[in-house]
Design a protein around this ligand. Structure first.
Ligand SMILES: [Zn+2]
Length: 213
């Protein structure tokens, strides 16, 4: 996509309105106008499939919704995706879009966890995290492997609860191990540093998509 800068409040050639330096877009669901980084982008593949472009990297004309499943469902019901592209998408399936978005957000969380680990913003290992809590370490988020022993998970949850830290369970031991450079990892604690806030934002988005809180 090429962008034509036309100054504050101008229009670029892809239908976005600029407010300051941020490109504003309209959600196909609620019709609200938001800055592009608050929305999820959709593009058409060369075959005419509607793709979720969560990181906003794919080429082509984009359509947008809020990162909220109600807006996605509304856009699907009102056939807004069909109206947004010159050639309508082959098929528009709300459940498929939501599942694809969930998958891409989880991938993003994993990537952020990997970065957190590399910059010593995350601590891996049951013992290390439990000892961290006992030593007054300031964790912001704890990830528990979905396939870890429930007794040990309860123990970590208890420690986290005392410290007011939320625990999440999305990945198995093997997946958590890969990002922490081990074969398996059951527990990863994210320290209260800026990267933790980035992860927290993604977790919030995931809740708005899955409808779980
Ligand atoms: Zn919306």
């Amino acid at each position: 996509m090429t962008m034509t800068e036309t100054g504050n409040g101008g229009r670029d050639n892809s239908g976005g309105v600029r407010s300051g330096s941020r490109v504003m877009r309209t959600c196909l669901g609620c019709r609200g106008t938001f800055s592009q980084d608050q929305l999820v982008r959709y593009v058409l593949s060369p075959d005419g499939d509607l793709l979720v472009d969560y990181r906003g990297k794919l080429p082509g004309r984009g359509a947008y919704t809020c990162i909220h499943r109600d807006c996605i469902r509304q856009a699907v019901q009102r056939r807004q995706f069909q109206r947004s592209f010159r050639t309508p998408p082959r098929e528009v399936d709300g459940n498929h879009l939501i599942a694809s978005l969930e998958e891409q957000i989880l991938k993003r969380i994993l990537a952020l966890l990997g970065m957190a680990r590399k910059s010593s913003c995350a601590v891996s290992g049951t013992q290390a995290v439990v000892c961290g809590f006992e030593g007054g370490e300031q964790f912001r988020i704890v990830f528990l492997a979905s396939d870890m022993s429930s007794d040990i998970a309860d123990k970590v949850r208890y420690k986290a609860g005392l410290a007011g830290v939320s625990c999440y369970s999305f990945f198995d031991k093997g997946t958590m191990g890969r990002i922490t450079g081990k074969s398996e990892s059951s527990v990863v604690g994210v320290r209260n540093l800026p990267l933790a806030e980035a992860i927290r934002i993604e977790l919030l988005r995931l809740e708005q998509i899955s409808g779980e809180s």
